[in-house]
Write a protein that binds this ligand. Structure first.
Ligand code: NI
Length: 192
């Protein structure tokens, strides 16, 4: 992975955190806004979330998933064994996000969740979203995300609202075990 060398140097003090699992009530709570996101506690949490999501081969992780009920998540899309077709982007900290506008068009695509291991869902999401958030340096960012990165953003934003991808399924038939998902993931029509 391209970013690995840099992160080992820059993030020597960070740690891989334990990921909160399905059933823990913190995953159903609405997370609190962060006031002092330039302080060391928040900056260390950002670094540890990045280390943790990369160790787990995830493409995103939210603070409630490491038992911190705060409005912070990481979007870290990159091709990896769990998401071979994910676009490459540097890990990005998203603080106190707001979703400003969404497409009417909904697109179904496959998702997993580090808090719901060994399951995949075929989940409807807005095709694009316009968002505002603060980056880790305190700058306010306005951005439009599309397709897979928009999907990650919506999934992680849901974690801040206490919502899991399981809650977004149109039907229980859209929930697959990882084993069954692997059987169909090479079929072209399912590839998104
Ligand atoms: Ni998740």
């Amino acid at each position: 992975m391209i970013f690995r060398g840099k992160q080992l140097i820059f993030r020597q003090m960070t740690q891989v955190l334990t990921i909160t699992q399905l059933g823990n009530p913190i995953l159903q709570q609405k997370a609190a806004a962060i006031d002092n996101f330039l302080d060391s506690d928040c900056q260390n949490l950002i670094d540890s979330l990045i280390t943790t999501v990369q160790a787990a081969h995830g493409v995103g992780i939210a603070a409630p998933q490491v038992a911190r009920s705060l409005r912070l998540f990481i979007v870290a899309s990159h091709p990896n064994p769990r998401y071979p077709d994910a676009p490459m982007m540097p890990p990005t900290a998203v603080i106190n996000p707001r979703i400003l506008r969404v497409s009417e068009e909904m697109v179904k695509g496959w998702e997993g969740c580090l808090s719901v291991p060994n399951w995949r869902g075929f989940v409807p999401r807005h095709q694009w979203i316009e968002v505002a958030y603060y980056d880790r340096n305190g700058r306010e960012i306005r951005q439009v995300f599309r397709d897979f990165v928009a999907r990650i953003f919506q999934h992680e934003y849901d974690h801040l609202e206490g919502i899991l991808f399981l809650d977004r399924l149109a039907s229980p038939a859209d929930l697959y075990s990882e084993e069954e998902y692997q059987k169909i993931s090479n079929i072209a029509e399912y590839k998104r």
